[in-house]
Design a protein around this ligand. Structure first.
Ligand code: FE2
Ligand code: FE2
Length: 253
């Protein structure tokens, strides 16, 4: 595998859809809505609307059952597929602002998303491994990735990022680890490992593509894994290619 995979930042899943303005009619079946646009699964999950076993009910009926206004839910669904991401431009940010941004966006997302992905992957493997023998490895890979990422982000938040903030403030004396090149090399090796895990997940799922018989939970898992991979690429790109080199350069000054 040649080149640095993190330098090729994939397009954003949300900006892809900014040119469309889909309508979600209250009489639509909610299972069909999620089947057509798996990203909507999260909106339904957040609202407690059952799009899997209860997928054959209309949006209006499902909303009425939960005491929700159907038009408000339609607006939320539309926002979920057309809202552009507010991706920042790191060029004008200080090291401290960049570290803060990475923690407040990517770390928050990963901490919220991985437990959900573990739960979905284990549920899909339990129900459908008889149909696709790769699903147990998908679940095992997601569990291992969740454990690795939790430990990795804790090291960044507790050790490396505080050192980078000190360097940004002009304070470089008294570091216990010598140069920050040492913890940075450890973080970069862990990024490679996480990237290998998502690449393996991509292989095991035919590029996160559901087959014709995949249920809505399976489709939601695949869409979420694709979104996670995309976020991980942006996250690691900001650290490997922006934050770390700038911090090393400032440390040398
Ligand atoms: Fe990070
Ligand atoms: Fe990292």
């Amino acid at each position: 595998m040649g080149g640095n995979p993190w330098q090729s930042v994939p397009h954003d899943l949300f900006t892809m859809t900014t040119s469309t303005s889909p309508q979600f009619a209250p009489e639509s079946m909610i299972g069909s809505l999620v089947a057509a646009r798996p990203a909507l699964a999260r909106v339904f999950e957040n609202l407690g609307l059952d799009y899997c076993c209860g997928g054959k009910q209309t949006l209006a009926t499902a909303c009425a059952g939960k005491g929700l206004d159907a038009q408000t839910v339609v607006a939320m669904l539309e926002a979920a597929v057309v809202a552009p991401t507010t991706e920042m431009d790191p060029a004008g940010m200080t090291l401290t602002q960049l570290a803060d941004h990475i923690e407040q966006t990517h770390h928050v997302y990963v901490k919220a998303e991985l437990p959900r992905l573990v739960e979905l992957a284990e549920r899909v493997a339990h129900k459908h491994a008889w149909r696709d023998a790769r699903l147990p490895e998908v679940a095992e890979t997601v569990v291992a990735l969740a454990n690795e990422m939790a430990s990795h982000m804790q090291k960044e938040e507790m050790i490396l990022f505080p050192l980078i903030r000190l360097i940004d403030a002009g304070e470089t004396s008294g570091f216990h680890c010598g140069s920050i090149a040492n913890p940075i090399s450890v973080m970069e090796a862990e990024h490679e490992s996480a990237g290998s895990a998502t690449a393996r997940l991509r292989e095991l799922t035919d590029g996160f593509t559901p087959d014709a018989e995949a249920c809505n939970t399976h489709r939601a898992l695949l869409a979420s894994l694709a979104e996670f991979e995309s976020d991980l690429h942006r996250h690691v790109h900001k650290e490997n290619n922006i934050l770390f080199p700038r911090a090393l350069a400032k440390e040398k000054q």
